[in-house]
Design a protein around this ligand. Structure first.
Ligand SMILES: NC(=O)c1ccc[n+]([C@@H]2O[C@H](COP(=O)([O-])OP(=O)(O)OC[C@H]3O[C@@H](n4cnc5c(N)ncnc54)[C@H](OP(=O)(O)O)[C@@H]3O)[C@@H](O)[C@H]2O)c1
Length: 272
């Protein structure tokens, strides 16, 4: 598994597991808890150590399920990398402290590895970063980042954060190059910031893409694996596909071991 070095000497696995729709959508749904817990346990068994969640996922229930699976695994906390996200309307000074406490409680941990502003807030960014910077100083959060921020907003956030932003988490896939076109990818690469590609499989649509078939055949891989390998081959790009099916979890983690040639990368780059 490719990893990225972090400023404190530890490292971050380039492929993590997304948890949107585990435990519900915008409200909690417990009807699939057993299936979700089984998926999380299997991901851990396969060696996955990087997880992406958010307070809004299942209105906190995704964090609860993830916390339970992590606790039951007995894996030492320092071997895990846990990202959560604050919903933009909580981004006041007090609100950010409260939101983080809620995420820590539901996850059952005493710090987050990465805390992201989920979407650009309508509240003043200065006020929010006062809270987020406090959380880093108090060691409740190791690293800060943003999500769905365009370039001007990202620059503002970088200026307000007392510690370097670790990532901007944005939609990025073979079929969605918006954040390459708008300059965010290049800015990240030039400033040592990671771009976390979300919806990397276009919700599974990329898995059936005939245009990926020949590269997939050359690697005895599936189109979904090629879509992930294409992301991971790019400097400073990491990704967090979501999966609950065992076959998908196996495929996605194995995709992190596939290396594409420069010719294959050029052919895939040219697809859209
Ligand atoms: N920051 C944000 O605003 C934001 C927005 C969206 C998403 N995210 C994060 O990014 C994560 C991933 O994005 P996403 O969930 O939107 O979409 P995604 O990862 O592109 O797609 C997930 C879907 O693809 C299927 N799938 C997974 N692996 C597959 C494979 N190897 N072959 C075929 N199908 C496969 C999954 O099926 P099964 O589940 O049935 O296995 C699921 O239906 C989210 O879970 C979330 O953590 C963040």
């Amino acid at each position: 598994m490719k990893t990225y070095p972090l400023p404190d000497g530890t490292s971050l696995p380039a492929l993590g597991l997304g948890t949107w729709r585990m435990g519900g959508g915008m409200s909690a749904d417990t009807s699939c808890d057993a299936e979700v817990l089984e998926a999380l346990r299997y991901a851990l068994e396969l060696g996955c150590r990087h997880f992406d969640t958010a307070e809004i996922y299942g209105n906190g229930h995704a964090e609860e399920l993830l916390g339970r699976a992590l606790r039951e695994s007995g894996i030492p906390r320092e071997e895990l990398f846990i990202t959560s996200k604050i919903w933009p309307n909580h981004l006041t000074y007090e609100g950010s402290l409260r939101a983080c406490e809620g995420s820590l409680r539901r996850l059952g941990v005493d710090y987050l590895d990465l805390y992201l502003i989920h979407w650009p807030p309508s509240l003043p960014l200065e006020e929010g970063f006062r809270g987020l910077n406090t959380l880093v100083r108090e060691r409740k959060v190791r690293y800060l980042g943003v999500s769905n921020f365009d370039l001007p907003l990202m620059r503002r956030a970088a200026a307000l954060s007392e510690t370097p932003l670790l990532t901007n988490q944005v939609p990025y896939s073979l079929f969605n190059r918006d954040y390459a076109r708008n300059g965010v990818l290049q800015y990240c690469q030039e400033h040592g910031i990671l771009l976390t590609a979300y919806t990397p499989l276009e919700k599974g649509r990329l898995a059936n893409s005939p245009v990926l078939a020949s590269v997939a055949a050359a690697h005895e891989a599936t189109p979904a694996q090629i879509a992930l390998a294409w992301l991971l081959e790019q400097p400073n790009v990491i990704t967090i596909p979501k999966a609950v099916q065992r076959r998908h979890l196996e495929e996605n983690l194995a995709a992190a071991e596939i290396h594409l040639t420069p010719e294959e990368m050029r052919a895939l780059d040219a697809l859209v």
